[in-house]
Design a protein around this ligand. Structure first.
Ligand code: ACO
Length: 332
């Protein structure tokens, strides 16, 4: 490509979820809960739990390999790897570097970006911008999470909501205008950081026997507040991106929302006046997989034929930070 690319397209997608299924009934062994409570409040029936020796980078590498296969590209075509995760194998090196090594990618820029459940949309915009500069040829972007490793299995208000898994996409520049990643609308409000966070393990509260006793290395959440904020920011981001691009909601063939809670998605559906049957849903089987949620759903939607050539798809997410994002994609 001689001049700068006119657009960036999704060349391939892949996903991976562990085989081990944990049902709502299984959770009653750890906490006082029921299938009825969890399903009616969230729409979740079961989630996948990684094995003890399976890491976020292991899962991410499998999803990445599948994305590469579906793109038709080769390992040596990739020169940019970006991962999004709140459950990296370790604080450093980055999960992207670990995935690079597992795939045998020899010559690439690799980094992690952390924006919790909005992470995949964040890395998508960063990778797309880097490709549009013309300095990189193809990007591999990966959302991967082993949330089971940071859940407090004695806290029924959080441990029932999340699961493990990974999703990935290969992005490529294109000379065709108005296709692929049409636009993004990302946002953040750090003043709301205390509604959903993990206090321990960083420089504020390094790991110690005291921090372990105080259960500081687990995810903490004020669910009701998160619920309200999620609906507000997702509605706003979606409306802004549609308006900015002169798109009417009935022009959308598919909506891929962050899969956190069916009730949140139903509210978004009614506020945007987009029927529920246009939303791709899989949270019943996986729960909330944070940064992996959108890429797993995207991969499944492509493979199920829910997204066809020419279709306009909206992706919309929110997460800890508080962060949020929307992306508009036209399939080539
Ligand atoms: N089983 C049974 N009872 C429960 C459970 C459970 N698993 N969890 C909470 N309860 C109880 C509570 O203790 C409370 O009991 P009380 O009235 O005796 O005090 C009662 O159920 C109601 O609790 P609420 O928290 O008010 O329940 P709510 O209807 O708000 O549902 C939920 C809770 C499902 C967590 C909801 O608030 C929610 O989905 N919030 C959004 C969470 C979310 O999406 N988080 C992901 C963020 S994305 C990221 O970045 C990771």
């Amino acid at each position: 490509m001689s001049s700068l690319p006119r657009s960036v397209v999704i060349k391939g997608t892949g996903s991976y979820t562990p085989d081990n299924i944990q049902t709502n009934n299984d959770l009653t062994k750890y906490v006082e809960t029921s299938d009825e409570w969890i399903f009616t409040r969230t729409g979740i029936r079961e989630r996948r739990i990684a094995s003890a020796d399976e890491t976020a980078s292991d899962m991410g590498a499998i999803a990445a390999r599948r994305a590469l296969e579906s793109s038709g590209l080769k390992i040596e075509d990739i020169d940019l790897v970006i991962a999004a995760t709140i459950t990296p194998d370790m604080p450093f090196p980055s999960t992207a570097c670990l995935i690079q090594t597992k795939l045998g990618i020899s010559n690439a820029v690799c980094m992690d970006i952390e924006a919790a459940c909005s992470g995949f949309l964040y890395i998508m915009e960063v990778a797309a911008s880097m490709l549009k500069c013309g300095r990189y040829r193809h990007a591999l972007i990966v959302g991967t999470e082993k949330l089971s490793s940071i859940l407090d299995w004695e806290d029924r208000t959080t441990c029932v909501l999340f699961g493990d898994g990974a999703g990935a996409a290969v992005l490529a520049p294109s000379d065709t205008p108005d296709v692929g990643l049409i636009d993004f609308k990302l946002g953040a409000d750090g003043s709301k950081g205390d509604v959903l966070y993990m206090p321990g393990g960083g420089s504020a509260i390094p790991a110690s026997s005291q921090s372990l006793d105080d259960r500081m290395h687990f995810l903490k959440m004020r669910g009701r507040e998160v619920f309200k904020l999620a609906v507000t920011v997702m509605e706003q981001a979606a409306k802004e991106i549609l308006e900015q691009n002169g798109v009417n909601s009935d022009q959308l063939s598919c909506v891929i929302p962050h899969q956190a809670n069916l009730r949140i998605i139903e509210l978004i559906s009614s506020r945007l006046e987009i029927p529920m049957d246009r939303f791709y849903l899989n949270l019943e089987k996986y729960g909330n997989t944070s940064a992996a949620s959108i890429p797993i759903a995207l991969d499944e939607a492509y493979r199920a034929g829910r997204i066809q050539s020419g279709d306009l798809t909206l992706m919309v997410a929110f997460g800890a930070g508080l962060t949020w994002g929307a992306a508009l994609v036209r399939s080539p």
